[in-house]
Design a protein around this ligand. Structure first.
Ligand SMILES: *[C@@H]1O[C@H](CO)[C@@H](O)[C@H](O)[C@H]1NC(C)=O
Length: 508
């Protein structure tokens, strides 16, 4: 704010808003011109927007009505014009400042703006347009009908003779490229779900534009978008079917969709299985958008700008750990056959608007069957260095639930210390687990994430250490034991964490 910045407002800010939970945006007192970008409808977590004292023109966009979190909108002293939207934030006159825009009007008395010109005038205009339309239709329709009848007759004749360059099916599929469904995937529940078409997805993601991209891996890319029939934003995962593992990860995610139902597990709400505009197979799953992004972004927000712009409190960390443990306990112990995630890490833990954690990305998951062997290379497991038990990959061990338990232990230690297992300090045989072990139990206070300790005042007391921190670190260390036999099952881990969470919530 208050500089001499010029140019148009950058549409891409809309997308950053989602990933980073952009809370307030102050661009007032500059020389920005042009319109307010439509892309900013993505600023779903933003509370304050101040664009006053610029040279913005055009109308006040309607999407502001739908930004539920928005509490203050200052668009004063610009050149905005036209009718101001009437619902959403615009029903609170104190929340919206529109002074100093000469061209604005409103039909609602709340905003104290001039009434928009002539409803009756516009009604006669509509009538005039209508009669013009009817007249032109009367002139244009007859020749058009005759013309198309002749064309259809012509096509039918040569088609029957077989001299048409395409087969009939080719012709149909060329005319309607996306109408043909390919039923190769055993996604049994597909039929029960509402479907979206390829065109819907193209529109919602603006042709898969970079601005809409949230993340991209070797098996698929995730976009944010809004379907025109729907008010809420969604995350759209498009699978890279040509890449190794791309198709398999689609199939396993479908299988997870079919067989799971748990509050801490991400399930798709819709899917799209069709052909794209070039007649290639196209598969996408559509998820509810998790407004608070990934745990990774919360734990390591300082990586991008030096100081962390969001910090998880200790209570939030306990709740997240308990949520993830509950999802894994369900997958391991309540499903038959058990489901193993195989790629647990903070990137795959998503947080919804009330910070409930949901386990996502089951693209590498496996349903346990006897003799299922870990492939020789880490690439084939799909796991991530630092979160996969060192002794278990590359050795042809059997895949087992204990692998997930190990990854969970690392995640728990990362939640407490704020350190990645791949942190630069872990060299020469030192690892996150060995580091925590060496400080346990007397010096655990020193390994805590400094940002968290700073925020939580109880962090200093010895009783608090003994009651929560020591048991949590102990739990993390037991999950990361080298031998799979020494690790606890997720049922016990989940029970312990629920107890710790309950006692924490009781006392705070
Ligand atoms: C927006 O910025 C202007 C200029 O600094 C300030 O006067 C105004 O109070 C701000 N509006 C809000 C809603 O904070």
């Amino acid at each position: 704010s208050h500089n001499n910045l010029t140019g148009e407002l950058p549409p891409v800010l809309g997308t950053y808003g989602i990933g980073s939970g952009l809370v307030s945006l102050h661009m007032e007192g500059n020389r920005f011109h042009g319109q307010i970008p439509e892309r900013w409808h993505l600023l779903v977590s933003t509370r304050q927007i101040n664009l006053s004292h610029n040279d913005l023109s055009g109308v006040v966009p309607k999407f502001f009505e739908q930004l539920d979190k928005l509490e203050q909108l200052d668009l004063s002293y610009n050149n905005l014009e036209g009718a101001v939207p009437a619902s959403g934030i615009f029903t609170h006159s104190a929340a919206v400042v529109l002074d100093g825009n000469k061209g604005l009007c409103s039909n609602s008395p709340r905003l104290a703006l001039p009434i928009c010109p002539g409803i009756s005038g516009s009604a006669t205009k509509v009538k005039h347009h209508l009669s013009l339309l009817v007249t032109s239709l009367l002139i244009v329709l007859p020749p058009l009908t005759i013309g198309s009848l002749v064309l259809i007759w012509f096509m039918l004749t040569i088609w029957k003779k077989g001299s048409f360059p395409f087969s009939r099916w080719d012709l149909v599929s060329k005319m309607f490229p996306n109408r043909r469904e390919v039923h190769t995937a055993p996604c049994h529940d597909e039929k029960k779900l509402k479907r979206v078409s390829y065109e819907d997805i193209v529109k919602a993601t603006n042709w898969f534009s970079l601005v809409h991209t949230i993340s991209s891996t070797c098996t698929g890319s995730v976009y944010v978008g809004r379907f025109k029939s729907d008010k809420s934003l969604v995350a759209i995962k498009v699978f890279k079917l040509n890449e190794p593992g791309g198709y398999d990860s689609y199939l396993i995610e479908c299988e997870v969709l079919r067989s799971t139902r748990h509050r801490n597990i991400m399930r798709p709400v819709t899917l799209c299985s069709t052909l794209d505009s070039q007649n290639h197979e196209f598969k996408a799953l559509i998820f509810e958008l998790m407004v608070n992004g990934s745990l990774e972004a919360w734990l390591h927000s300082e990586q991008h700008n030096g100081i962390p712009d969001k910090v998880l409190g200790f209570g939030q960390r306990i709740c997240i750990a308990a949520d993830v443990a509950s999802a894994l306990d369900y997958a391991h112990n309540e499903l038959t056959p058990p489901l193993i995630h195989c790629d647990l890490k903070p990137n795959n833990v998503l947080l919804d608007d009330d910070m409930t954690a949901r386990l996502s990305d089951f693209g590498s998951a496996k349903f346990l069957s006897p003799g299922l062997v870990i492939p020789k290379s880490l690439d084939d497991v799909g796991g991530t260095i630092g979160y996969v038990a060192p002794a278990e990959y590359g050795m042809g061990c059997e895949i087992s639930v204990a692998g997930d338990v190990y990854s969970f232990g690392v995640l728990l230690l990362e939640l407490l210390t704020g350190k990645r297992p791949t942190d630069d300090m872990f060299v020469d045989g030192l690892s996150l687990c060995k580091f925590c072990e060496s400080m346990f139990p007397d010096r655990v206070a020193e390994i805590l994430d400094p940002h968290m300790a700073h925020e939580e005042h109880q962090g200093c007391t010895e009783a608090w250490m003994q009651r929560y921190i020591v048991p949590l670190v102990a739990l993390g260390l037991s999950c990361t034991m080298e031998s799979t036999k020494d690790r606890p099952g997720m049922k016990d881990v989940c029970a312990k964490l629920s107890d710790i969470r309950a006692s924490f919530l009781e006392l705070s």
